[in-house]
Design a protein around this ligand. Structure first.
Ligand code: AMP
Length: 115
């Protein structure tokens, strides 16, 4: 499979507004924000969708993604009022980029059900 746009952000081939980085995780602002704060949190290793996740193999990585979200939410001042974390999966899930990513959305009241 060819490189996704997110792999190119990891390798710095294309620019992004990076807000957080560790050895295994990268986070950057969504180019088309759906809330005042809209950040994508991704693993640096290539995993296409949430369907590929195995507990034994990826538990630590998933913990790191959520920990990143919590730290970024604090830094962006959206932690106290709350926020939403979303994984879109596959076509019906609305996934456009096939490099696993978690959306962190906040800074406004979220609605339910989502569209
Ligand atoms: P999804 O629909 O869950 O696959 O989400 C993909 C997200 O990536 C969308 O919210 C896009 O706005 C966002 N996106 C696409 N290209 C870029 C980019 N170059 N930099 C930042 N965000 C992007």
């Amino acid at each position: 499979m060819g490189k996704t746009i997110f792999s190119k952000i990891i390798s710095r081939e294309i620019p992004a507004d990076i807000v957080y980085e560790t050895e295994s995780v990268l986070a950057f602002r969504d180019i088309n924000p759906q809330a005042p704060v809209h950040i994508l949190i991704i693993p640096k290793i290539e995993i296409p969708t949430i369907k590929e996740i195995k507990g034994a193999e990826h538990a630590k990585l998933l913990g790191e993604l959520v920990e990143a979200a919590n730290k970024i939410a604090e830094a962006e001042n959206i932690s106290e009022n709350g926020f939403r974390l979303v994984f879109n999966c596959g076509s019906n899930g609305g996934q456009e980029v096939y490099h696993l990513h978690m959306h962190l959305l906040g800074g406004r009241q979220m609605k339910w059900p989502p569209g």
